[in-house]
Unconditional design. Structure first.
Lengths: 521, 544
């Protein structure tokens, strides 16, 4: 497929959700009214996200896989000359997987919500916000202008705020406000860094800046820029100790919100580090990389310990909160890989990014389903004294949950394994100018973190999936996996296996792009 | 000078001391050759509202009461005509009331690009105000007086950005301000309104007096009233006049800082806005501020540029203080107290004034004069559109819930979806969050001036302020989509008391003028969000 066609497809991928969002607020046209306004608008959501997914797959198919380092499907229009802002779009091997992941997860969320609309006000606004959120996230992976990146970064805040505050669970308004204030404060500081880079280098174009590799920026500028941009992205990622908005937001969010928050929104932070910080200010990054790595491994250990505390009997831990904390740990691996500043590490980070999106997306779906069935996601209430015996009561659900947990702990052969292993490999042999002994220590601590991760995830399986015979036969009978749940979850499970067995599928895309971003040839 | 004629009518109301001072100061500056020809096209934007003000005042006497609403439409048409009269001037080379003599001439009235943009802002703002006040004037305010005062004030605010000498500048500022005292207290038998007007009057008169003192110092130091000549003379004055010159500059700026409600001179704003009729508050928050900041820009970039290293940092400190005070004040508003919606808008307008000052603070650092002021103008254009829009929706809601509490907005989406969506858009623009793209980019432009001038500390304070402001804008936005309590249409039926029967039916109807104001602001906001270049082009290059 030629580049012009791809260009239009990419533009359509970005515009379609926004148009769909506006369309969701209008009354349905005759002929598309369905069984009522609610059903019509939910179906509208499925249609639009489905169309976006199809376009994303077509884009991936048309993408020139022989040259993933080259920006493809590029559009470059002057938008606001006064601020030197260009409408510059394009995808390469780094952004393409994330773009497809976003389209997929949003579609699955729309599909799931079509059958299982979360409690709250009318679905009309829900669908409009979901589509707005999709537009914002897709744009953040497809734009190549620093200020547009910031715009896209901000565009997801309002929809996510309302998704949590309107359709969420207990304590939703405070959690939502906390989420948006934290992220906004981070992103405004990031804006200062982006403006500094733009003012000093004379352009906001990411491609031009990346090919300069920071040669036009003084070391002081790079340091300030990395610090400012890094803080904004680290809040989003989230990096310990800036993560404290995350557990509350996840716990309060509706299922679709949690899935997208963990599966896509967190990725914007790490993607920004790879796309903006690494290539544009490598000198500044080299200074701060050890600190980033240190915070990353603290995050790994902290997340795992928090999960271990939550999973203990009698602590009243919430399963959603547990998965949220496990995200802090997993994103720690991603950050460690980036902080290694090596090809291996960054590739690992990008792989772990996608894998975490698939696996944690699946886990949040499963926990949401559990919460719907039991009316709670409190571990002690779910498991009682002996365990919830999900294998007996709802074998398919139990099996899937065990699958998700095992994938999350990084079992070889599933997606979770490769990313974290490569990230640790990268950190074991860090890039030029970084202290080897320090990084080896970090790697050792991270490796210990994987043990802790295995510990709490296996405990989750023991307490939720296993149990005594009486519980397994308890009445009322628990509904096993419904057809629509299968439809929403199977793609995630299948891709987890596929990425685990055939990592080259993803690494082949990212590796050349990473090599050119790091300035090698 | 028709607009000066308007002052002659007004001056008795405003106290003898400043007026006589003004007249004396004006004589040497404006003593042009008697045969001078006036460029009527250039002064038309200010002259049309001034002339119309007089015509309407007289027409009011002859119109039967049920025809009084014609006055509103005359006002709107007149302001639109004044806007149209800007089109032939768009090249920006007009100047009039010029003086050529041996000491080097100067023009008192210049229609350059800066003037034209601010005039568009002022006239457009006045037009939107006229639309959103039409229903309220019809129902409870004396029509003739209201339209006369509004047009007179608008004429002053239109004259102000074109003034290039201190006398004209002060006269224009007074023409802008004097009618607004009366506008604030225009509602008959309203104790709050009278108190608000008095507070506004006292602070404003003090500010003017201080400014006039500063002007006299400057005249003593430099021997001229023309801004550009002051700019050339300052810094070269004899040693013993050095302090006098600096003090004069500082005092003159102070007067304008009062008008812009820069902290610590902001305390009159919340009470004045809350006590004034709502459209007047809207007018003050946009056109009053425009008068303040355009005066500050003219003074700092044209006249006081030699002292840039002194006032630059001072502006930075004032900006930081103003935005922090405004945003914290807005954050502390209790949503269930009376008139909390307007109070919140008042405090938020103080915060926004802080952002307007940031480019001025950046102005001093190493760039040619007037390099950054365009960003202030661009931000003000954005702010004018969305703030008037927010006030217009507030005016609509206040019709059915006269207490004007923030809690009255709960569930507005269920009752009036279009108005709620519009208000949400305006608030998000003010907060600077997508989908309010224009608000975001205007903030980006302001930030980039601070970064460009290496005022990192100011940029960080502004960043924190943007996050604080988000909280209260977002709370309000969230209220719009909240569920109404016990399914009651107005949520607070107990407090409304009189709002039943006839006035209930009245509230349900959306007056055409109000709907037009909301729609105009919303369309402008959406268009600007799609093409921010329309206003942001003023942010690049030198405007003055």
């Amino acid at each position: 497929m030629n580049d012009t066609a791809l260009q239009y497809i990419l533009a359509a991928i970005l515009v379609l959700p926004l148009l769909g969002s506006a369309g969701a607020l209008l009354p349905a046209p005759p002929g598309l009214r369905g069984r009522g306004p609610d059903q019509a608008v939910l179906r509208h959501g499925v249609t639009v996200t489905g169309a976006v997914l199809v376009l994303a797959i077509v884009l991936a198919a048309g993408f020139d896989h022989d040259h993933p380092a080259r920006m493809q499907a590029t559009t470059d229009l002057d938008w606001i000359p006064a601020l030197r802002i260009h409408l510059h779009l394009g995808v390469d091997g780094i952004s393409l997987p994330l773009l497809v992941l976003t389209a997929l997860l949003t579609f699955l969320c729309a599909l799931y919500s079509y059958f299982k609309m979360p409690d709250g006000p009318s679905p009309k606004a829900f669908v409009a916000l979901l589509l707005l959120l999709e537009g914002g996230t897709l744009a953040s992976f497809a734009v190549l202008d620093l200020i547009l990146f910031f715009l896209a970064f901000e565009a997801v805040l309002v929809p996510m705020y309302f998704l949590i505050a309107r359709w969420g669970g207990a304590d939703r308004e405070r959690s939502a406000l906390r989420f948006i204030v934290y992220t906004l404060l981070g992103s405004v500081i990031m804006l200062l860094g982006l403006l500094l880079v733009g003012v000093k280098a004379g352009t906001f174009d990411m491609v031009a800046l990346a090919s300069d590799n920071g040669s036009h920026l003084s070391h002081t500028t790079q340091l300030v820029a990395v610090l400012a941009i890094g803080i904004g992205l680290a809040v989003k990622a989230p990096m310990w100790p800036l993560h404290s908005w995350l557990p509350d937001a996840h716990t309060a969010a509706p299922t679709a919100g949690s899935v997208l928050l963990a599966g896509v929104l967190l990725k914007m932070g790490t993607y920004g580090l790879v796309r903006v910080v690494l290539p544009i200010a490598p000198g500044g990054m080299r200074t701060f990389a050890p600190y980033l790595a240190a915070f990353a491994v603290v995050g790994i250990i902290y997340g795992s310990l928090a999960c271990l505390a939550l999973v203990r009997q009698g602590n009243g831990g919430d399963l959603k909160r547990l998965i949220a904390y496990s995200s802090v740990g997993h994103m720690g691996f991603v950050l460690l890989g980036i902080a290694s500043m090596t090809r291996t590490g960054v590739n690992g980070a990008l792989f772990a990014n996608v894998a975490h999106g698939l696996i944690t997306g699946l886990l949040f779906f499963l926990v949401g389903a559990l919460k719907d069935r039991y009316g709670t996601s409190d571990l002690d209430q779910l498991a009682g004294r002996t365990g919830a015996a999900l294998y007996g009561r709802a074998p398919r659900l139990g099996g899937l949950l065990a699958f998700g947990a095992v994938a999350s702990l990084g079992l070889p052969g599933l997606a979770g394994f490769w990313g974290e292993m490569l990230a640790m490999f990268g950190a074991f042999r860090p890039g030029a100018g970084l202290s080897r002994p320090t990084y080896v220590t970090f790697t050792a601590i991270a490796a210990f973190g994987t043990l802790l991760t295995a510990g709490y995830l296996l405990t989750v399986i023991r307490r939720i999936c296993m149990g005594d015979r009486d519980t397994a036969r308890a009445k009322p009978v628990l509904a096993d996996v419904h057809g629509y749940e299968f439809a929403a979850w199977t793609p995630l499970a299948a891709l987890t296996v596929l990425a685990g067995l055939w990592p080259a599928l993803l690494l082949g895309l990212t590796d050349p792009a990473v090599r050119s971003l790091l300035g090698g040839n | 000078m028709t607009s000066l004629g308007a002052i002659a009518v007004l001056s008795p109301a405003h106290g003898p001391a400043p007026a006589s001072h003004t007249a004396h100061a004006a004589v040497p500056a404006l003593a042009a050759p008697l045969t001078e020809s006036v460029d009527w096209a250039a002064i038309a934007p200010a002259a049309i509202p001034a002339a119309l003000a007089l015509v309407l005042l007289v027409a009011d006497l002859f119109l039967p009461p049920r025809r009084k609403q014609l006055l509103a439409w005359f006002t709107v048409a007149g302001l639109a005509l004044a806007l149209v009269s800007l089109i032939p001037l768009r090249a920006g080379h007009h100047a009039t009331f010029c003086r050529t003599d041996l000491t080097g001439g100067g023009c008192s009235y210049t229609a350059d690009r800066f003037t034209l943009v601010v005039q568009v802002l002022v006239l457009g703002g006045a037009l939107l105000t006229a639309l959103l006040s039409a229903p309220e004037v019809e129902e409870e305010l004396p029509a003739g007086e209201f339209w006369f005062l509004l047009l007179a004030s608008a004429a002053g605010a239109t004259l102000l950005p074109a003034s290039r000498d201190l006398a004209t500048l002060i006269v224009a500022l007074e023409v802008t301000t004097l009618p607004s005292f009366a506008l604030v207290g225009l509602r008959r038998g309203d104790r709050l309104g009278g108190e608000a007007a008095l507070k506004f009057f006292l602070t404003s008169v003090t500010a003017t007096a201080v400014s006039l003192l500063g002007v006299s110092f400057l005249y003593a130091t430099t021997g001229t009233l023309y801004l550009d000549q002051i700019g050339r003379t300052l810094g070269h004055e004899p040693g013993q006049l050095h302090t006098l010159g600096k003090a004069g500059a500082a005092l003159t700026l102070l007067g304008f800082a009062f008008k812009l409600a820069v902290a610590p001179f902001h305390f009159w704003v919340p009470d004045t806005y809350a006590g004034a009729p709502l459209p007047v508050a809207a007018y003050l928050s946009v056109v009053g501020k425009a008068a303040g900041f355009s005066g500050l820009i003219l003074l700092t970039t044209l006249a006081f540029h030699p002292y840039a290293d002194t006032w630059g940092p001072a502006m930075g400190v004032l900006a930081a203080l103003t935005m922090t005070v405004g945003n914290v004040g807005a954050l502390r508003q209790r949503p269930d107290s009376e008139r909390s919606a307007v109070r919140l808008l008042a405090w938020s307008s103080i915060g926004q004034a802080g952002y307007l000052l940031v480019p001025l603070a950046a102005e001093a650092a190493g760039r040619p004069a007037g390099y950054h002021v365009g960003t202030t103008v661009a931000y003000a254009l954005m702010y004018a559109v969305v703030n008037l829009g927010a006030f217009a929706v507030a005016a609509l809601v206040t019709r059915s819930a006269p207490a004007g509490r923030l809690t009255d907005y709960r569930g507005l989406y269920g009752r009036r979806p279009a108005a709620a969506l519009a208000l949400a858009f305006f608030l998000l623009c003010l907060a600077g969050l997508p989908p309010g793209v224009i608000g975001l980019f205007a903030k980006v432009a302001v930030f980039s001036t601070a970064v460009d001038a290496q005022h990192g500390w100011l940029a960080v304070i502004m960043a924190v302020n943007v996050a604080i402001a988000l909280v209260y804008y977002l709370r309000w936005t969230a209220l719009l989509f909240g569920r109404t309590e016990n399914g009651q249409e107005q949520g607070m039926a107990g407090t409304v008391g009189t709002a039943d029967g006839a006035s209930g039916a009245l509230a349900a109807r959306t007056p055409f003028a109000l709907a037009a104001a909301i729609a105009l602001a919303a369309v402008a906001g959406v268009v600007l969000s799609g093409a921010p270049q329309i206003v942001l082009r003023y942010a690049e290059g030198v405007l003055l």
